[in-house]
Ligand binder design. Structure first.
Ligand code: SF4
Length: 192
């Protein structure tokens, strides 16, 4: 049997992350690690090491079907793997992220109030007031937390749906972080 490495247990990370955020939304900021680290690794020449070794979410998608003994072998439709869809989804995702940052700026500037709710699938507002337990921090910090937690939860839920319908890590075919790190690797290769 293959000896386990510490990275094999990283599937625990998303569970810890969502649990902490469920009780205190400020923990949502920890998700920035998953946002920034893959880019830093790719820029520093580590290629797709984050996806291949350190991504807790990718590991969780692979882990759940394995322990349930129900690994779906169905391949997702080819358009999901296409360049157009991957870059289109990246553009959509970054637009939503940019809008969230802008809304946070509005809270910072005092022109809109804090929304103590998460937004699932960029559409459904779910009240999440109980997670707003630290009122000592500026409201924009909390607002960003709600926005970022919504983004992380939505993308993970999409990943779970795809995991159930197709092969476990189908989300990785068009995950924005995967697309961005791949883009960085391509640029680095061309400029070498
Ligand atoms: S593609 Fe996204 S979810 Fe998949 S391993 Fe990479 S960063 Fe993680």
């Amino acid at each position: 049997m293959k000896k386990k490495n510490w990275t094999d247990y990283l599937w625990i990370w998303p569970i810890v992350y969502f649990t902490l955020g469920f009780f205190n939304i400020l923990f949502a900021w920890l998700g920035m690690i998953d946002f920034i680290l893959p880019l830093i690794i790719a820029v520093l020449g580590g290629g797709k090491a984050f996806c291949n070794r350190y991504c807790g979410r990718g590991k969780l998608f692979a882990f759940i079907p394995r322990i349930l003994g129900k690994e779906n072998k169905k391949v997702a439709p080819t358009w999901m793997y296409s360049k157009y869809f991957r870059y289109g989804f990246l553009a959509f995702f970054m637009t939503m992220f940019g809008n969230m940052v802008y809304q946070t700026y509005l809270v910072f500037a005092g022109s809109r109030s804090l929304r103590a709710a998460i937004k699932l699938f960029w559409t459904f507002k779910v009240p999440f007031k109980w997670a707003y337990t630290v009122t000592a921090v500026p409201e924009w910090v909390t607002h960003y937390s709600y926005g970022f937690y919504s983004l992380m939860l939505t993308s993970t839920l999409i990943g779970f749906i795809l995991m159930a319908l197709y092969r476990p890590r189908t989300w990785c075919a068009f995950c924005p972080m995967g697309t961005m790190t791949q883009g960085i690797c391509k640029i680095k290769k061309k400029t070498r």
